[in-house]
Design a protein around this ligand. Structure first.
Ligand code: ADP
Ligand code: MG
Ligand code: MG
Length: 890
């Protein structure tokens, strides 16, 4: 049988988007539902691909089928193409599988020529309309099909209007349009080197080819690249009889959403224009009216519109975005598709549709994109603002804030204590700046990547942060920064958007986040559906409380070093690090122990028995010390001003110690369990604090379930030795209190060797947590800060890598290590608990991956917990659907 390249809109069987494109499939679907859709047919995406394979030639079969379909269309409408009594006019519309709004081309009013225009003028008794339509067609044809610059036509029209003393097209008469038509034909001839074709079939085939060609125009190619749409899909072409919204005051055209796309309210939302053709609404030449005006102007028709919109929603089980046209009081549907919406709207629509019986709870979960949800949980800037963007950095921590620029942590604290809003701007931050980050509404740095000190600290605190903003030049001496020509002085107000990395001059209103009742309801359904646990990465009692509120079922990563970074503790931490012998170090640790113990107590009390994975100290010690360059500056200044001071001596000594601890590659240096083995007294203090906190909280009748995690293990012996210490301390403290302490020990899998020898490591572990941040660094051999600053951008723009592997889990490489780590680990220890705790823990694709590979939970920052809960539910639903379609093919 001959391959079928063309389907009429009322073709018996649903053929599907892949063949018909989104627009074509939906036009057919609406036709089948009995909605008033101007009749027509769809040339398939396969015809498009065949066209490209044949070297941009339409095959004979396709050509013939199009001609035959055209005859069917003529028969149905009682009009025919090029007929001088009753001419058929059609549109030729592009429509790919994925909606690519405005990227490809459409031609309207096809079939117009010097003869048919007269017939249209007679039939409609409206010559003005007829000649206007004809000139529109010549213009679109020149632009889309012949590739001419639209301004050639527009400029001519503009001049004509001016010299006639008209202020708008409404004043143009039929005679005026006739003159324009002659001029347009001449413009076309001169610019394209060919005459405007009078033969409607020539017009038709040239237009179809032009739509196929537009699949590969620059905009479309770029759009596909940005949205990860494959280039081999091709576009379909829809040929559809025209309806006219520009026939007079009982005609019009509009677009409508079946619900409000920004709030989710269940009223029709949109706009329309009386006496206009489709493209006028988008073109912005005239200002459209809100759709509720139509309710007053044409109440019956409005009622019909609402009725059909409800029908469409019930059918598609989703909010629809439609195009309609009214011709002499009759309503026609020209397009429908699932409408884009804000997060707030998405959540409300999903829940409302369940209440209205349109979708099930499970179907509702698929109506919301987890990636959108962070919008709901952070303060964000008013989307209506009109401020000019100053510069963009890395979006290190979401949230929006407005405030005065300050360049110094002390100053930030001072002003904030006076109740002023400040934004801390620094080249980079160190632990000595923490009080400034706490005091500021947001932090901006010119250096450092997504894991720089400022980024990590700000994310932990849930505060906005923009890092690595290399185009700002900070001059700390004069207290100003510059971006090209713009100077921003200390005290000037800026607004930062940590979700996008954008910085604006001046104040922009920010909008408070809220966890609405409907949002909670939706997430409740998600939890009922999901089997994958969602935990949180949280280091402080405040974060733990927030995460539990947002639905975390426990803590997947509690980084104890963050407890060391508190400015009040830092001096004791530094004394511990700089100790010259074991006694000194033990003394300093004794100071820290009660502080750490207190933190654990508060966290355990907040968790009330929920599990918590606590990681022993991980980073290299120099991270707690001041920065060498700043020390050098201080020393030089003191040498000049106060050479005899004790302060100078102290700083000099500090500098020597900092230098001693310097490593040429700290990421691979003395850190993680290595640190704990070289200086066991540090881990011993932490473990003691943990178990003492545990016994204290247990004695109040509150359950505690700690999982003690030993970081950066690459050989089972490291784990054996370090967990030996854990067991020893547990025995001692348990013994002293006459109880036996229940806890788990395990490790973070973050080196390839650990993943490759997971079977051995599992013999010493109750759990594995895949630290995918470091595992990505060690698998690729990329240092994240250097990669993000120096070459990753190039890799992504160049297409060397599809994504930033620190944001999107590299499933083929890093993922393979995770998968085999789980499999090998469970071979030795079938009870092994597994989870991931990198930043990937909040990403929906990584969550689906973890679900498929049988991990027990994912762990992410508190603000991503709701999105992760939804993504976990969608993973379960997605895999169930896939299994079903395997069982029942077709
Ligand atoms: P896009 O994908 O860019 O929206 P469309 O193919 O939807 O392009 O068409 C552009 C405009 O022309 C829309 O407003 C549409 O409603 C209108 N239009 C398309 N075909 C017809 C038709 N047969 N009759 C009336 N208006 C049409
Ligand atoms: Mg459209
Ligand atoms: Mg690590």
């Amino acid at each position: 049988m001959e391959q079928k390249f063309v389907f009429m809109f009322d073709h018996e069987k649903a053929v599907g988007k892949k063949m018909l494109g989104g627009k074509g499939a939906n036009l057919a679907e609406m036709t089948r539902l009995g909605l008033p859709v101007p009749y027509g047919f769809t040339v398939t995406t396969e015809a498009c691909n065949a066209y490209y394979e044949a070297g941009e030639q339409l095959s004979e079969a396709a050509t013939l089928q199009i001609k035959r379909s055209m005859e069917k269309l003529e028969k149905r409408t009682g009009k025919s193409l090029g007929d001088t009594n009753n001419p058929l006019l059609v549109s030729v519309r592009s429509g790919a599988v994925h909606s690519m709004p405005g990227m490809m081309d459409t031609v309207l009013n096809l079939g117009m020529n010097d003869e048919t225009v007269k017939a249209i003028a007679d039939l409609t008794h409206n010559p003005r309309f007829a000649y206007d339509s004809y000139r529109r067609f010549i213009q679109m044809f020149g632009d889309v099909v012949l590739g001419l610059d639209n301004s050639l036509y527009e400029n001519h029209l503009e001049n004509y209007r001016m010299s006639s003393g008209y202020t708008s097209d409404v004043q143009m008469t039929a005679e005026d349009w006739k003159e324009i038509i002659e001029a347009y034909k001449k413009i076309t001839r001169e610019a394209a080197g060919r005459t405007f074709p009078q033969d409607p079939y020539e017009q038709l085939f040239l237009s179809i080819r032009a739509v196929f060609d537009s699949w590969n125009n620059k905009r479309a190619v770029l759009y596909r690249r940005l949205h990860n749409i494959p280039g081999h899909l091709g576009t379909a072409v829809n040929v559809q009889s025209m309806v006219f919204g520009n026939m007079g005051n009982d005609s019009g055209t509009g677009v409508a959403f079946t619900r409000n796309p920004s709030t989710g309210e269940s009223d029709l939302y949109g706009e329309y224009l009386i006496n206009a053709q489709g493209e006028d609404v988008v073109a912005g030449i005239r200002t459209p009216q809100p759709i509720n005006e139509l309710k007053r102007e044409m109440p019956d028709l409005y009622g019909e519109l609402v009725k059909m919109c409800n029908l469409l929603e019930k059918h598609y089980k989703n909010m629809q975005d439609i195009e309609f046209t009214i011709e002499n009081g009759a309503l026609f549907f020209l397009q429908t598709r699932n409408g884009k919406r804000t997060a707030q709207s998405a959540v409300r629509i999903a829940v409302d549709m369940v209440n209205e019986g349109i979708v099930s709870e499970e179907e509702a979960l698929l109506l919301v994109d987890p990636d959108q949800l962070s919008q709901l949980l952070h303060e964000h800037i008013d989307p209506e603002h009109t401020s000019q963007k100053l510069v963009t950095g890395l979006p290190a921590s979401p949230g929006a804030a407005t405030g005065e620029v300050v360049f110094d942590a002390d100053k930030a604290e001072l002003l904030s204590n006076e109740g002023r809003n400040v934004i801390l701007v620094r080249p980079e931050t160190t632990p000595e700046d923490i009080h400034g980050i706490v005091a500021a509404k947001a932090t901006v740095t010119s250096r450092g990547g997504m894991t720089s000190h400022a980024a990590v600290v700000a994310r932990g605190m849930g505060k906005a942060c923009i890092c690595g903003c290399g185009s700002i030049n900070i001059d700390l001496e004069t207290g100003r920064f510059t971006v090209a020509e713009t100077i921003v002085e200390e005290g000037d107000v800026i607004t930062v958007d940590g979700a996008s990395g954008d910085i604006y001059l001046g104040e922009i209103a920010t909008i408070e986040p809220e966890m609405s009742a409907v949002f909670r309801k939706l997430l409740g359904w998600a939890d009922n559906t999901s089997t994958l646990g969602v935990r949180t990465n949280a280091d402080t009692p405040e974060d733990v409380r927030k995460a539990v509120e947002l639905g975390a079922e426990g803590v997947g990563l509690c980084r104890t070093e963050h407890m060391f970074m508190d400015p009040e503790r830092l001096p004791a931490v530094q004394r511990m690090i700089l100790a010259e012998n074991k006694e000194e170090r033990t003394k300093a640790l004794e100071k820290l122990l009660p502080m750490q113990q207190q933190d654990f107590e508060r966290i355990f009390e907040t968790l009330r028995g929920r599990p918590i994975t606590i990681r022993l100290l991980d980073p290299p010690l120099h991270e707690f010390l001041p920065n060498v360059e700043e020390l050098l500056v201080d020393i030089t200044r003191l040498e000049l001003t106060d050479p005899e001071s004790a302060e100078l001596e102290r700083k000099q000594k500090l500098l020597r110690s900092v230098r001693l601890l310097e490593e040429s590659n700290p990421m691979l240096g003395l850190r993680g369990c290595r640190l704990g083995m070289v200086h066991p007294e540090i881990y011993e203090m932490q473990i003691t604090a943990l178990f003492q906190a545990m016994t204290g909280v247990l004695s109040k009748g509150i359950d505690v379930n700690p999982e003690i995690m030993i970081p950066l293990v690459s050989h089972v012996a490291e784990l054996r030795e370090t967990s030996g210490l854990v067991h020893k301390v547990a025995k001692e403290i348990g013994g002293r209190n006459g109880i036996s302490l229940n806890y788990l020990t395990g490790t973070m899998i973050e080196t390839p060797r650990a993943a490759l020898t997971a079977d051995e490591i599992a013999s010493e572990a109750d759990f594995f947590s895949f630290g995918t941040n470091d595992l990505t660094q060690t698998t690729f051999g990329f240092s994240r800060d250097d990669a993000e600053g120096k070459f990753l951008q190039y890799y992504i723009e160049n297409g060397t890598l599809p994504d930033n592997p620190f944001m999107k889990l590299d499933q083929e490489g890093v993922g393979k290590l995770v998968e085999s780590g789980v499999t090998l680990g469970k071979q030795t220890n079938p009870q092994l608990k597994t989870g991931i705790c990198g930043e990937h823990g909040g990403d929906k694709d990584a969550i689906r991956f973890c679900f498929d590979k049988g991990l027990d939970y994912v762990s992410c920052s508190p603000f991503r917990v709701p999105a992760a809960r939804l993504a976990a539910a969608q993973s379960a639903l997605g895999s169930r659907q896939e299994r079903k379609s395997v069982l029942q093919p077709g």
